[in-house]
Design a protein around this ligand. Structure first.
Ligand code: GLN
Length: 245
């Protein structure tokens, strides 16, 4: 009865969790319902992250973003970090667990924030969660601003397995660039700008992000980095720590 695309480990977990409803579970999986939502949690970095239909399932690429950030920030004196569009809280929680920082995380969705709060507790991390739109949030006084915002173009074809995920966590206007432009534009107006801005991006958006950087935040150093499949996936904007503005 085990569907072909399910690993032995996941099948064991499903059998334990749904001893009397396995047929129903198998039918859902056949309709591309994500197995992660059925199991209810995923491993992310060294954290356990609960997931349900209110949050995007954490991606391997996002784990790599966390890894890169931890390596960049390990020996730096940083205090306040902000995660915009936290969803399940995976980025904020993994960073908080591995770095000595003050972490704030926001999301437009109250339901997502409830999941994120549970996850923070589960992983024994203290994070300030705030229900806010990215557009409205005051970005002043943060040393690091991180975001994996919705970035998929509205006319882009995405894998069928994403149809059960919150669509407002995936798709964005302006060819998927809407949130990067808002965030960078809002940062450009700050008195005290962050030292580091880190984004996960769509693999074809590198050039657009570089253009936004030149237009809105030219004082930052721009770097584009690749994911495990050698596709452009991350943008880092860094500014000299000694500068005041
Ligand atoms: N990488 C995700 C996907 O392709 C998109 C995540 C996002 O929009 N932040 O499904």
């Amino acid at each position: 009865m085990k569907p072909e695309n399910i690993s032995d480990i996941d099948w064991k977990l499903l059998k334990e969790k749904y001893p009397n409803q396995l047929e129903k579970v198998v039918n859902k999986i056949k309709k591309n319902y994500p197995v992660q939502y059925l199991i209810g949690n995923v491993d992310f970095y060294d954290c356990i992250i609960q997931v349900n239909e209110n949050v995007l399932i954490p991606r391997f690429e996002t784990e790599l973003l966390v890894d890169k950030l931890i390596k960049k920030l390990q020996n730096k004196k940083i205090k306040k970090a902000l995660d915009l569009g936290t969803g399940s809280g995976c980025i904020a929680i993994a960073l908080k667990k591995n770095l000595n920082i003050n972490m704030t995380a926001i999301d437009i969705s109250k339901r997502a924030l409830n999941v994120a709060k549970e996850n923070a507790k589960l992983n024994h991390t203290e994070i300030t969660f705030i229900n806010s739109k990215i557009e409205d949030f005051n970005l002043e006084e943060y040393d690091i601003i991180i975001s994996n915002p919705p970035y998929v173009r509205k006319d882009e074809f995405v894998g069928i397995e994403t149809k059960y995920e919150p669509q407002n966590a995936l798709f964005a206007d302006r060819n998927g660039l809407y949130f990067y432009e808002i965030i960078m534009n809002n940062i450009s107006k700050l008195k005290k700008k962050p030292h580091l801005i880190a984004f996960e991006i769509g693999c074809l958006q590198g050039k657009d992000l570089e253009d936004l950087h030149k237009r809105l935040l030219p004082e930052y150093q721009f770097s584009l980095e690749k994911d495990y499949q050698n596709r452009d996936r991350f943008v880092f904007l860094e500014r000299n720590q000694d500068e005041h503005n």
